[in-house]
Design a protein around this ligand. Sequence first.
Ligand code: NAD
Ligand code: TYD
Length: 357
Amino acid sequence: MKNVLVTGGAGFIGSNFIRYLLHTETDIHVFNLDALTYAGSLENLKEVADDVRYSFIQANITDTEFVEQFLAKHKIDTIVHFAAESHVDRSILGPRQFIETNVMGTFSMLEAARNIWIQPQNQPLENVRFHHVSTDEVFGSLAPGEPAWTEDTPYSPNSPYAASKASSDHLVRSYGHTYGLPYTITNCSNNYGPYQFPEKLIPLIILNAIEGKPLPVYGDGQQIRDWLHVEDHCEAIHLVLTKGAVGSTYNIGGENQPANLTIVETICEILDELSPASPHKPHKNLIQFVKDRPGHDRRYDMDTHKISVELGWRPRHTLTEGLLDTINWYLAHPEWVTAIRQQQAYQGWLDANYTSR
Ligand code: NAD
Ligand code: TYD
């Protein structure tokens, strides 16, 4: 791993991964290719902007020709593909962009890799790797008591987002099977932590609670997600890149499965303690049950036996510590919050998703 192309590196997980990689590896160059959609911001990468081992390129993953030339020119040996539309609610209100980016964009990245790394004899260059970052949502939804998903569980995606990610996973696997593309895939659960765009549950609730705004809980709030700290996720991806078996997929999960309402109440309790003088105390009085998400998956749970046995990975963060760190991070970075909201048409999204709910 010498010249690494990270797609979507200006987003939440990608920016954390770039910081992690530059911190962990010394002899490396990281190229961050990102279109800077509403979800991407260079505010997320200020800490590494001046590192000589880091370069930013504003480009679209659907531009196969550009990506091909880039791979060749910079002798890219590793692609870590994060770029995607990532929010389920947006996929319900407007699915087309999810097909463009997640399906066609991944297809474009695979074509570029095939053309530069594999042509003409289905013989890959040495030491190249296409790593695809995916989600547990491809597996669908679990009934109470059903066992956790393993890497062999058949896909059963329910939302347009999940279906687009499932399609992209299938495409990656097919390029390995058909053209010999050396790939790995990770399917991970819900991430949380610093730099997460405040459309997702945890940062939305933190920021709304700080400002005394309603805390919207969909349906009965008893839906269950598995919560993974983003730094644990980055560590797992790095392990899969360096020690994972080519042609394999790995589940990654945080071993935390509270109901959504419990997460929201825990954030409220932590804020009550951290901000004893807040006029919005007790923050849990801000909770509002709102109309449920259509097709809302009830429960997710990942079996992470494979990555733990093969690569020795386990999540380091408990949810209580991770939430405390995350809330402290948002409290300590009001300038990031202001910049992200101004730059990213945030209010428009809140109006579209919540006003008529
Ligand atoms: P994000 O929405 O925060 O960031 C996505 C990034 O991709 C942004 O920087 C955006 O500008 C960029 N991007 C979007 N379309 C692009 C295009 N056409 N060309 C180039 N760049 C483009 O997403 P995230 O939460 O960091 O998720 C990263 C990856 O992890 C995604 O593939 C997502 O499906 C997957 N994932 C996320 C979670 C989670 O909880 N956030 C969980 C499981 C899997
Ligand atoms: P989200 O962060 O959007 O992630 P995902 O849909 O990928 O799991 O949502 C996490 C859970 O929180 C999900 O069950 C939907 C729920 N949710 C709310 O109850 N209220 C909200 O305002 C949001 C954004 C999510």
